[in-house]
Design a protein around this ligand. Structure first.
Ligand SMILES: Nc1ncnc2c1ncn2[C@@H]1O[C@H](COP(=O)(O)OP(=O)(O)OP(=O)(O)O)[C@@H](O)[C@H]1O
Ligand SMILES: [Mg+2]
Length: 274
């Protein structure tokens, strides 16, 4: 669906390229996680993927539409929605439901279809009680839910979530990720999640790691979790269970695989050793 062919990007005021020669295809219906340290280029990559930015070398196409052509950009932005980290900048109305209706209105839908989309989206993010609220009175996590509802109401074929779940509690994040996965399953939506939290990667088909604008690694979540050194080099925090396994291996001289993510599996491995 989203195809990058040797894409590079330099901001007008940056000294060196921020995205360097990235070739990557995100398939329709795929679930991709993008990881990387602060400043590694994740948000820039996201903006390129929805044609908010245009590569200065290489090509980026969405369903065959090249973002170089100005007339394609609006269509690309409708097909690939980007939810940024700071929803405050995104609110266009002082009433939550009007804010969510804004996108569907621009799609030229009928008032009753717009109503349905707004209600469904509010339900999906469990915010139906806040339909008449001003967004600025909401908590950070609630704002993120409303921003997400605005995206869901557009029913885009692709969704890029750029660190927009950070204000949510762990339970809230899991809830939203499960919701996104359900939409992905039912509607074959393409999902790109940008995060620095290894807890959020278990469901992904693939994980891409960016380092200083380069695509450093493309792997599955399990492959990544078996490369502890790389994770530490990336400055990412290990999962709690990985740290436990690491401690056991170091103190007991065992070689328990570090890609285990659930406690039951670990217990099954440990019991015969005791
Ligand atoms: N509008 C801009 N103008 C100039 N330079 C920018 C702009 N936005 C980002 N940069 C620079 O581009 C590089 C990559 O930034 P980007 O925001 O893509 O990284 P990121 O991986 O999303 O970081 P973070 O984890 O902090 O969100 C950084 O060095 C940053 O300073
Ligand atoms: Mg960013």
């Amino acid at each position: 669906m989203i195809r990058l062919d040797q894409v590079s990007y330099t901001y007008t005021n940056s000294i060196s390229p921020v995205i360097k020669n990235i070739t990557l295809t995100v398939e329709a219906g795929e679930k991709l996680v993008v990881l990387g340290k602060n400043g590694s280029g994740k948000s820039t990559l996201a903006r390129l993927m929805n044609a908010s930015l245009v590569p200065d070398a290489g090509n980026l196409t969405v369903n065959g539409l090249n973002s170089r052509q100005a007339e394609n950009r609006r269509i690309i932005r409708q097909q690939v929605s980007l939810l940024g980290a700071m929803p405050d900048h995104g609110f266009v109305s002082n009433i939550v439901e009007e804010d969510i209706a804004f996108g569907p209105e621009n799609l030229g839908l009928s008032p009753s279809d717009i109503r349905k989309r707004v209600d469904t989206a509010l339900n999906l993010v469990s915010m139906e009680d806040y339909a008449a609220y001003p967004p600025y009175l909401l908590s950070g996590g609630q704002k993120q839910r409303i921003a997400l509802a605005g995206m869901l109401a557009m029913q885009p074929a692709g969704m890029i979530i750029d660190e927009s779940l950070d204000m949510l509690s762990r339970q809230g994040r899991t809830e939203i990720i499960n919701l996104l996965l359900e939409i992905n399953r039912k509607q074959a939506t393409t999902l790109v999640l940008i995060t620095q939290n290894l807890e959020d990667i278990w469901w992904a088909d693939r994980v891409a790691i960016l380092e200083r604008g380069e695509l450093k690694l493309l792997s599955t979540p399990r492959q990544l979790l078996s490369q502890l050194q790389l994770i530490e080099e990336m400055g990412l925090e290990l999962l709690q269970i990985t740290r436990i396994i690491q401690n056991i291996n170091q103190t007991a001289g065992t070689a328990i695989p570090t890609d285990i993510t659930d406690l039951n599996t670990l217990v099954e491995i440990l019991c015969p050793l005791l």
